[in-house]
Every structure is written in structure tokens, then in C-alpha cells.
Design a protein. Structure first.
Length: 411
């Protein structure tokens, strides 16, 4: 028997989704973010772009040396890219060929588009590809009073009440500064796909996964919607404050703002002892969270006076070590300059690519960034050869314009 030192080294960890193939027809943010997360976990993602390309390639500056916008680069790493004109029958034939080897199809066309092309899931795809998981992402779904209408993040923030609880009386309802509905829709789509994969592992059959920005936006209204459902009182604008907790707000220190998050009486007493406000927890106006909510204006004035002359870094460090959550209100550069950002590997800088790192870690199958975001149609020949098309077929499809040969023009 060989000595343990002579045993072969363990094989490098493989991605949790290695061996799965994803055909990604989606554009802009929610769909591409979903497929990028699948790629980070090892799936082979083939990004299929129309002749004009994914719109986010042109949403700059800033742009890279190839003219692709940073916006596109943020949600398209790990993929191979082909250009394909699906508006023409020959292009749809190519897609059907690709689906023969695919596990997952992601698209965010306006509802009805796939059916118009003879690619309806129930009527066309499921009978031919019974193991295929088809994820459709749309604004409102394909039926109901708003069914089939186009949806965009900011419009859904407005329609679904998110803007009405974001901002303060001076600003009025305000769009959340990131496309939060698109982001969560991407995560929701990923969750639906993984659920469908688990179901397929038990039954052998794929299914349709439907995700809408409308549903996702409404799901974000915690606790505001729950508060309204129980009281019938319409939520208002509180700035950075919390409707159910106090003190849970932004406060000014000597050299910048911090956010203080006190969620129980024990933390409140610790904070008060630290800030020189030891009498507050025994004041009936502030002795419980309910009382503090009723007297939030007086509480805020006392806290602001106590913190106004203190440096924010020291306040946050001291409070966190006391078990009282507090953090500086950082800019984006400051957020990525934090030592913990580097420790967690949340910024990727590689060969001219700069991106946000994966947020999910599996101990036995860690995420890997093996491919940088692709140039337009970069892998067309490679992908189609794998699908069984010969060189003459590929050349003919290019000559017919079914496979666009060049990147779309950049502005």
C-alpha cells in the first residue's frame, strides 16, 4: 500500500452546475445577471444575441477597448457568444439545433414573441425537448390586465409602490438608485431554475419557469405592505429611517454620516452608555421600541447632538465591537476600498476586466471566473461546430445574414 504522501493530489473543485448547458436569449439586466450567476457556478452558458446585439453593449461610456460598455461587462462574464437572427426561420432552426444539447433556455422577449416564432413552450418546445427548463422573464406576464406589456425597472418601482416609500418629504418619492427590481428578478429567476432542476432530477421532466418584474417588485415591499395590510395606514416617506424600528437611521458625525441600526433594548442601552446618553433608556419616551417610534423626532435630536463632534470611523468601530450595528455611509469607491471587500474577493480585476465578485460560496464547489465577457458573436463558429454544423453550413448561414459576422456599430 502506497504512503499517503505518494497519493495523487485531489482533483480541483468543479462548479456545482458543471455539465449543464444554458442557452441565454435574454438582454439587458435580469436575464443576463441570472445566466452569469449560473456561469459562475460552472454552467456552459451560450449567449445568443440578435443582429443589433444586447442593448447594454452600447450603454456607455464608460466602454472598454472593443467599445463594449461597462454595463454589459458587469453581467455577461463566463459566457460564450454567438450572433443569430431569430426573426428568420433559418435562425430559429439553428436555435432548435442548439436546444438539442441544452438543459435550460432563458429569454425575456415580450410575451407572445416565442409563440409567434413557433417556439411556444407548451405547444412546440416541451414535446420536442421534454427535459428542457424554459425560463421566461417579462414585465407583467402574458395574461391579465397588464399581460404582454413591456416592463422596465424604474416603471415597476413607480407602479408597485417602491418609490412611494423611498425618499423624504423634501425629495418626494424617489427611484432607488440601483435597478433593484431587475436585480432581484435575476436572482428570482435563478432560484426558479434551480427548483426546476431539482424537480427534474426527481421526475426526469423539465418545465416552464415564469418570472415577472411586477411580482418581484411587489415582493420587495416588506415590511411596508404588511404594515398597511394590518392597519390600513398608508406608508409614508421616512428618508433613511425604518417604519418599525428606532433608532434605525442615518446620523451625522464630525466628518461624515453613519448608519445606526439598533433593533432591541439591550443594544439601545449599550449605545446610550457609549454616546453619553445613559439616562435615555430609563426615560419613558425611549424605554421601548414602541415608545421610541412615537418619539422618534426627540430621539433623533438627542443622538445627533451626541454624535456631531465624534469621528465616524471611531464611532463605527467602537459600536460594532460593543455589539451595536453601525457603519459609515460609504461612497462606491469607499465601499470597494474596504479591506473586507478584498478579503471576500468581491472585486475581480483580470486582463482588463473589472467586475463584482460572486456573492454565493459553496465549500465543495467554489465559483470560478473562467471566461471574460465575450465580444459580439465571438464564439459563433466554435458553438455551431459543437452542435454538429459543418463549415459549409456555417459559411452559408453567414452569407445569408442569419449569423451576423461583425459586431453592431458602437455609438
Amino acid at each position: 500500500m502506497s504512503d499517503s504522501s505518494e497519493q495523487a493530489a485531489p482533483a480541483p473543485a468543479r462548479g456545482a452546475l458543471e455539465g449543464l448547458r444554458v442557452i441565454d436569449l435574454s438582454r439587458v439586466l435580469a436575464g443576463p445577471l441570472c445566466s452569469q450567476m449560473l456561469a459562475d457556478q460552472g454552467a456552459d452558458v451560450i449567449k445568443v444575441e440578435p443582429p443589433g446585439g444586447d442593448e447594454t453593449r452600447t450603454l456607455g461610456p464608460p466602454v472598454n477597448e472593443d467599445g463594449d460598455a461597462a454595463y454589459f461587462m458587469a453581467v455577461n462574464r463566463g459566457k460564450r457568444a454567438i450572433g443569430l437572427d431569430l426573426s428568420r426561420p433559418a435562425g430559429r432552426d439553428v436555435l432548435l439545433t442548439l436546444l438539442e444539447q441544452a438543459d435550460i433556455l432563458i429569454e425575456n422577449f415580450i410575451p407572445g414573441t416565442m409563440a409567434k416564432w413557433g417556439l411556444d413552450y407548451q405547444a412546440d418546445l416541451q414535446p420536442r425537448f421534454p427535459q428542457l427548463i424554459h425560463c421566461s422573464i417579462s414585465g407583467f406576464g402574458d395574461d391579465g390586465p397588464l399581460g404582454g406589456l413591456p416592463g422596465y425597472d424604474a416603471i415597476l418601482q413607480a407602479m408597485c409602490g417602491l418609490m412611494s416609500v423611498n425618499g423624504d418629504p423634501a425629495s418626494g418619492p424617489t427611484r432607488i438608485g440601483i435597478p433593484i427590481v431587475d436585480h432581484l428578478t435575476g436572482y428570482t429567476a435563478q432560484s426558479g431554475i434551480l427548483l426546476a432542476l431539482y424537480h427534474r432530477a426527481r421526475t426526469g421532466r423539465g418545465q416552464h419557469v415564469e418570472v415577472t418584474l411586477f411580482d418581484t417588485a411587489l415582493s420587495l415591499l416588506v415590511p411596508h405592505a404588511a404594515n398597511w395590510m394590518h392597519t390600513q395606514r398608508e406608508p409614508g416617506l421616512l428618508g433613511s429611517a425604518h417604519p418599525n424600528i428606532a433608532p434605525y437611521d442615518r446620523y451625522a458625525c464630525r466628518d461624515g454620516d453613519i448608519f445606526l441600526g439598533v433593533v432591541n433594548d439591550r443594544q439601545f442601552r449599550r449605545f446610550c452608555d457609549y454616546a453619553g446618553l445613559a439616562a435615555l433608556p430609563d426615560d419613558t419616551r425611549f424605554s421601548s421600541n414602541r415608545a421610541r417610534l412615537e418619539h422618534r423626532a426627540a430621539l433623533r435630536a438627542a443622538i445627533e447632538e451626541a454624535l456631531a463632534s465624534r469621528p465616524r470611523a471611531a464611532v463605527c468601530d467602537d459600536l460594532m465591537r460593543l455589539g451595536v450595528p453601525a457603519g459609515p455611509v460609504n461612497s462606491v469607491p469607499e465601499a470597494f476600498a474596504q479591506a473586507h471587500t478584498a478579503h471576500r474577493g468581491m472585486q475581480i480585476d483580470r486582463d482588463g476586466y473589472h467586475g463584482i465578485g460572486p456573492a454565493v460560496r459553496l465549500s465543495q464547489a467554489p465559483p470560478r471566473v473562467d471566461r471574460l465577457p465575450p465580444a459580439y458573436a465571438q464564439h459563433t463558429d466554435e458553438v455551431l461546430r459543437e452542435a454538429g454544423l459543418g463549415e459549409s453550413q456555417i459559411a452559408a448561414l453567414k452569407d445569408q445574414g442569419i449569423l451576423p459576422r461583425w459586431p453592431p456599430p458602437k455609438p
